[in-house]
Ligand binder design. Structure first.
Ligand SMILES: NC(=O)c1ccc[n+]([C@@H]2O[C@H](COP(=O)([O-])OP(=O)(O)OC[C@H]3O[C@@H](n4cnc5c(N)ncnc54)[C@H](OP(=O)(O)O)[C@@H]3O)[C@@H](O)[C@H]2O)c1
Length: 246
């Protein structure tokens, strides 16, 4: 038996929006290691350059703000052929239902739902045969938490988008969604270190695996979603057991 992961990404063009940090960057690293030609994208070119240097090898960078529809169109048309599109970029708005400013809610939906919607649509003409699209939601879609109702709703919307697109793009691309539990990434970089470590420990202790996730563990699931030709319309819970905890 041959190793199915050995050549599945060799020479494939993998485009990762959000590839400059966190789970997107970890995915970029793994895909490059598996022989893919990787392009990472997000808004900040300097961050992308640093990430590409960290990853090493021949990583393409291509800045785009997914909330700017015209910019996404221009960006997509400059990518060339795309074998696998991954969108891990997002922004998260936290706040109690009555307190969260509507403007923050709108910004989050623009970045995490409408941005990916438009991005998939604009990349679609450039997808190759056997292509895949992988989106990112999060456990709050189905395990709500106070102060994160809007975030749960946008995650649920992304999961519905992935399932709907799996049907609409049938024959053109497989579409899946990764739903991570808490993963230690740059998303929490603004927190003071001690508070962040306490949060990781507290959340980790509630999970069957007794710890929060590592970005590399999510990258493994993304590679599976990219390469398993029988997987489409799925939401993969890579969450340390968050969905089944008490
Ligand atoms: N970390 C967790 O615990 C966790 C838990 C559940 C779900 N998730 C979800 O998993 C996904 C990945 O999370 P992560 O922690 O790896 O994220 P991350 O490290 O915070 O990276 C997100 C990236 O998105 C980019 N970005 C933000 N807005 C953008 C826009 N409008 N256009 C283009 N790029 C944009 C940012 O780069 P620039 O600043 O350069 O644009 C950033 O590099 C996200 O969807 C997140 O909501 C994360």
């Amino acid at each position: 038996m041959t190793n199915p992961f050995e050549t599945a990404l060799t020479g494939k063009h993998v485009v990762i929006v959000g590839g400059g940090s966190g789970m997107g960057k970890a995915t970029a690293m793994l895909a490059a290691h598996l022989g893919a030609r990787v392009t990472i994208a997000s808004r900040d070119s300097a961050k992308l350059k640093d990430a590409a240097a960290d990853i090493g090898g021949d990583i393409g960078i291509s800045a785009v703000d997914m909330t700017d529809e015209d910019a996404v169109r221009t960006w997509a048309s400059a990518l060339g052929q795309v074998d696998h599109l991954v969108i891990s970029a997002s922004s998260a708005a936290h706040g109690a239902f009555s307190d969260l400013p509507t403007a923050d809610l709108r910004i989050m939906f623009e970045a995490k739902f409408i941005g990916p919607y438009v991005t998939v649509r604009e990349v679609l003409p450039f997808l190759t045969e056997g292509a895949s699209v992988t989106l990112f939601s999060g456990v709050l879609s189905r395990r709500p938490s106070t102060g994160a109702t809007g975030l749960g709703a946008v995650n649920a919307a992304v999961e519905a988008l992935a399932k709907g697109l799996a049907l609409e793009l049938a024959g053109k691309a497989r579409v899946n969604c990764i739903s991570p539990g808490m993963v230690a990434t740059e998303a929490y970089a603004a927190m003071p270190e001690e508070a962040r470590e306490n949060m990781y420990a507290q959340v980790g202790n509630t999970l069957p695996v007794r710890r929060v996730g590592d970005a590399d563990e999510i990258a493994q699931a993304v590679v599976m979603a990219m390469t398993n030709g029988f997987l489409t319309g799925s939401v993969l819970d890579v969450d340390g057991g968050h969905m089944v905890k008490a």
